[in-house]
Design a binder for this molecule. Sequence first.
Ligand code: HEC
Length: 192
Amino acid sequence: MSDKDNNVDPLLIQGHDYDGIEELDNPLPQWWLVTFLGTIVFGFLYWIYYEPLSGPTLMEELNEDLARIEKIQEKNEAQAPKLETVNFATLIDDSEAMGRAKVHFVAKCATCHGQQMQGLIGPNLVDKYWIHGKGTPEAMVGVIRNGVVEKGMVPWKGVIKDSEINEIVAYIISKEGTEVPNPKAPQGDKVD
Ligand code: HEC
């Protein structure tokens, strides 16, 4: 008996000895096996659910989600004050409302639109050029509530009360055409 035989490696596959070359049994780690078998079980259940049991397709799931979002939006719209009933001209004459609007503007909007609305990161709000909806009060309320996230305009819905967003819009309208230092170059379409 050689030294080797006295000290048999437990992983050695007995009898697999070819011209002195021996085979080891290298078992896969437990965690790996469990994960692997888990994916097979998952794949099988997944297939059962979506094929024989005809689970919803991706398109159907998407449409369900979109319908749910639409319902939530409709509910929110129904709760928002009706814009047709907001009189922006009256708001402009309401000095308390304009005071509140100015505080909001300086605190929340001026960083991007400038203290005088001359435009910085965000567009100039006192010129005649508008990116969204020709600068109508309704369009402004929409942009301010919903934001233009991909362009860096923050949605303020839920942060500023709807009634105060209306006041801010009236405040912006009241500043239209004012002379401002370093106005930002026009963006969007000219509205006369
Ligand atoms: C983080 C920067 C940022 C802040 C803060 C911000 N805005 Fe904006 N805003 C933008 C950008 C950028 C745009 C341009 C969006 C686009 O290109 O579609 C924009 C667009 C607008 C528009 C539409 C302009 C147009 O030409 O159609 C209005 C109105 C507006 N912002 C009002 C506000 C008000 C009111 C506040 C504060 C409550 C505010 N913004 C805060 C960045 C900002």
